[in-house]
Design a protein around this ligand. Structure first.
Ligand code: ADP
Ligand code: MG
Length: 308
């Protein structure tokens, strides 16, 4: 993926700015459809195009000022894009609408929390983004790939190669050591044993687990187990980590340390992190906070400018 950097001034970098492509040039030089929507990203100060091969775009502000950008080189893809996603659970005659029309775009490298009370649809949303569950209607795109259109084999490959999952209850295999748990996805990918060990050990020292490789989950604290789970999610070098209530079983000091580790991984590797959480600590650390109520987005705010 190539991404062009287009300098725009600070007051344009506020979130939520939208524009449309006024001219579009394909790589073969032909021009095509106008009107593709683009977003001005808050932190990277980059204008990003939802379609490949956009040419010129302007951002239209509510005050009517239009600024033109040259997007000829821009090939940015959203890490995640949801369009009017709906999900209803049916148990017998009872229907529970879990998601009622979620539209959302996540740029590569975001550190984003989806918050909301229990039952608001956080887990359902994360599972649908991660291809663990299917949307009833709407579109779900991960790195530009429409999940509904993938075969189950392609979906499994996408999950294995591009996504990492972290769960509230760590979900480590109790009979395996920390190292064996963390290397598991590499094993599935057919990575050679020496390379597996090397990658896990490098990651372990990066996240403060060095020396604990041969302990089993039962011999580790909750915080250490969750770090192993984070290592397992990160070890394949995924584009996107989906973490469902990762701090819910941890005390606040341990939770803070874990969040620092994930923040550091986000910055060092550019990995996108999406949390489902109702932990205020996660919400405070997130750089964007989306609030869900009854399966709908009620707010979406940028919390802070991230360091480049
Ligand atoms: P959260 O993670 O925010 O607590 P969930 O996504 O788990 O919310 O649940 C959203 C709604 O969908 C809730 O009303 C919940 O009871 C319902 N729900 C979740 N999973 C199922 C399921 N497998 N079968 C039926 N209803 C479900
Ligand atoms: Mg949940």
């Amino acid at each position: 993926m190539r991404r062009s950097r287009i300098p725009i001034d600070n007051n344009q970098a506020e979130r939520g700015l939208r524009g449309v492509v006024v001219g579009r040039k394909n790589h073969d030089g032909s021009r095509s459809r106008r009107g593709t929507e683009v977003a001005v990203l808050p932190r990277s100060r980059t204008t990003s195009c939802t379609d490949r091969f956009c040419a010129t775009a302007y951002t239209a502000r509510s005050d009517g000022i239009r600024r033109y950008h040259d997007l000829e080189d821009d090939m940015t893809e959203w890490a995640v894009e949801l369009k009017d996603v709906k999900k209803v659970y049916r148990t017998g005659p009872i229907e529970v609408p879990a998601l009622r029309g979620i539209s959302l775009r996540v740029a590569p490298g975001e550190f984003l929390a989806i918050a909301g009370p229990s039952g608001s649809g956080k887990t359902t949303l994360l599972n649908i983004i991660g291809g663990l569950d299917r949307a009833e209607s709407g579109e779900v795109l991960v790195e530009g790939k429409n999940l509904q259109l993938l075969s189950s084999g392609d979906l499994a490959r996408l999950r294995l190669q591009r996504l990492g999952f972290v769960f509230q209850a760590y979900n480590l295999l109790p009979v395996l050591t920390a190292l064996e748990n963390a290397e598991f996805t590499l094993l599935l990918q057919g990575v050679h044993v020496e390379q597996r060990k090397e990658r896990v050990q490098k990651l372990f020292s990066e996240i403060g687990l060095a020396g604990l490789e041969h302990r089993r989950p039962g011999e580790l604290s909750g915080g250490q187990q969750q770090r192993v789970a984070v290592a397992r999610a990160m070890v394949t070098g995924p584009a996107l980590i989906l973490a469902d209530e990762p701090t819910a079983n941890l005390d606040s000091v341990t939770a803070t340390a874990l969040l620092e580790v994930m923040e550091q991984l986000n910055r060092a590797h550019g990995t996108t992190f999406v949390y489902a959480t109702h932990d205020p600590q996660v919400m405070e650390r997130a750089r964007r906070l989306i609030s869900l109520r009854d399966g709908q987005i009620v707010s979406d705010v940028a919390l802070a400018d991230a360091a480049p």
